[in-house]
Ligand binder design. Sequence first.
Ligand code: NAD
Length: 414
Amino acid sequence: MAFNLWHNALELLNNVAKKVNLDQVAHKRLSKCVRELTVSIPVKLDNGSFDVFTGYRVQHNTHRGPTKGGIRFHQDVTLDEVKALAMLMTWKCAVVGIPYGGAKGGVICDPSKMSIGEIERLARRYTSEIITMIGPERDIPAPDMNTNAQVMAWIMDTYSMDKGYVVPGVVTGKPVSIGGSQGREEATGRGVTYTALNTLKHFNMDIEDTSVVIQGYGNVGRATAELLYKEGCKIVGVGDVYGSIYNPHGLDIAKLGKHLTKTGTVAKYSDADSIENKDLLELKCDVLIPAALEGQIREDNAEAIKSKVIIEAANGPVTPGADNILRQKNICIVPDILANAGGVTVSYFEWVQGLQSYFWSKREVNLKLRDIMTKAFYDVLAISEKENVDMRMAAYMLAVGRVAEAIKIRGLYP
Ligand code: NAD
């Protein structure tokens, strides 16, 4: 049977349910998404014709607050994928203790083949089709694959025009000029960095002696590399879709940044050896940070991984099969729902600032982010040690436990 992200998400929930002895009612309710909307989106194309796209918005759970989750524009979007990602958002928000349930949205389209005008018309009509579902007190979208601050601005404008007044809190990840938050751009990488530093501290690893390999050098990977480098870590290998580089003495990350700006890739940087992308993950290092795509560490390469720790900056970079192999090799994996929650946390800060129309400095944002990421790390670690489970199971136990508690306390309506 083909891999199905939703079935995978349900299996994970079932495993955790057994471990925490999850109440049957909560288990049944969490196995379904509370709302799933499929919409058709007619859009005028630049050549005068028009096309009808299919879009989705799914809310998985609303017991801990309004729902939150990104919108992706991609040709491979399916309803099952959107449902699974919505459930993942429920756990991510619960693990860092921010008052949201999970949601996700997607439109089946290939934005690389569309003009800016077509993308804007698509984003606006999609917003109008899902308008009854979203809102600052209902469901707050954010950017995801192939959507960005500009798309969020169009969504916010469309929603505000419909209401007749400005509603900045309807989306996060907006440009700062219309109510976005300082620090949102680098928030996920910063959260990954705090998680990595907490992990090093836990294992009594000296920052200056720590070698790091990062796969993916986009929004998350680059910010993580720059921040860990500033902290004193030795970044020995990085890679992107075009190629990978290795320098056992450590890369000069500032110089690498200039090369990236000039060439658009980290590949072929002069002060390092060029290596194959598949070899990057297998380099000897202390900390490996996959920050590119899902499913990068699988059963066929897990045995060759040589790091002591893996910090999952990407969503789902380690497959369940690889997870078992890495556990037997005693490699500590800090899971995605904990490690990359910095983005949604600063999105939460943006929403709070928007509701109050009172904006914080970058320093305030970063300090609050550090507090939340650090508390979540130690909450998960405590469960892992008490229950003798790995960090992934501990993070899920914490998250599912928090949502189950909210379900129990709120009871069943009517
Ligand atoms: P991005 O598009 O900015 O960067 C992705 C990077 O991965 C690029 O450098 C790209 O070249 C590289 N890459 C793509 N395919 C590759 C391959 N086959 N081999 C090696 N490198 C490859 O994306 P991003 O926003 O940095 O997101 C990265 C991951 O982090 C994704 O899994 C995303 O879901 C997850 N994530 C992102 C955020 C966020 O706020 N951006 C939040 C949570 C999770």
